[in-house]
Ligand binder design. Sequence first.
Ligand code: AMP
Length: 365
Amino acid sequence: MKMNIKTIGILGGGQLGRMSALAASRLGMRTHIYCPEENCPASQVTDLFTCASYENINKLKDFATSVDVISYEFENIPLEAIEVLSGTKPVYPDANLLMVSQNRLKEKDFLNQSGIKTAPWSPATSAADIDRFMGQQKAQNCIIKTSRFGYDGKGQIKHSIKDNSADNWAKLNTNEAIIEGVIDFAYECSVIVARDVFGTIETFPIALNNHKNHILSESIAPVNLVERFGPAHAHVESTAIDMATTLAKSVNLVGLAALELFVAKGGEVFANEIAPRTHNSGHWTMDGCNVSQFEQHIRAISGLPILKPIAHSEVTMINLIGDDVKTLDAYYGRADAAIHLYGKAESREGRKMGHINLTKPLEKK
Ligand code: AMP
């Protein structure tokens, strides 16, 4: 095969952009990061960097001229920017999936239309919609979420039948929301899927995810769900993989996407959210798999074949959030700890500073 030396354009300069740029570099490719913030994590490792806003049409066009293909590392990129860029260079994943993932109502509708089960949900534009939903579902509580710009538990309120719905609606401070039934889940997990330009689809082993204050704190993968949760969970991984494969097929995905899931005690699997990008719960792949999620994404969007992921180690990925970086000393001397820091100068509450992959080689079968 001919060497495939491309310049990859990435919108967004956070840690996902940084780790994607590093993966591209390993494949001999160049990256151009576009981000409104100077000295963002990805700017420190990229070949080319443009610091400009996503509304700056001229800068976006210049950026497009300098690259072969464009991707993004977070989903709240204005669609108008993607439209400008799509006219000039391929943008992966394409605008349709991005649009769906930007709006929780569109997202849940799309998942259900694709035959993927979610929590019961309903759109809401007023407090009366909350009361109506609670009545229809005969529910004691529900979760109300802004339809857009929610992440890490922001933009959502747990509502109980004892609460005043007008107060909670006012607190949410939005015109458009989604109301969801509360899934009494036993655990949360996620599955990452990639599809390349040849139509090959591959999934990574699922990750078991633990959150603290709504932020991912730890992912474990690969994971034996039957050992942990009992025989009712024997089908969970294959159900999750089927859901992610359906998603990839139905949008003709090129690149990588993550599907976040809730699993009930009895083994029922519900999809919660789609991320049309690399995902925090996939960081374990950097030290546990033959191919990392970042390399898989770069392969997919640059026209290389993706690989079948094969795990060689069991990984516990620990996120370093805010002052967790102070625990780093405990890891520097450990041979089983792969340290990944994102180059952020200051730690702040809730800020993802890096992650540690604690690895344990899997026994050969
Ligand atoms: P989200 O912003 O939708 O990813 O939600 C953040 C977190 O809130 C999830 O990781 C869950 O822990 C919890 N959550 C969100 N929606 C639901 C739901 N419908 N049922 C139960 N827990 C939920």
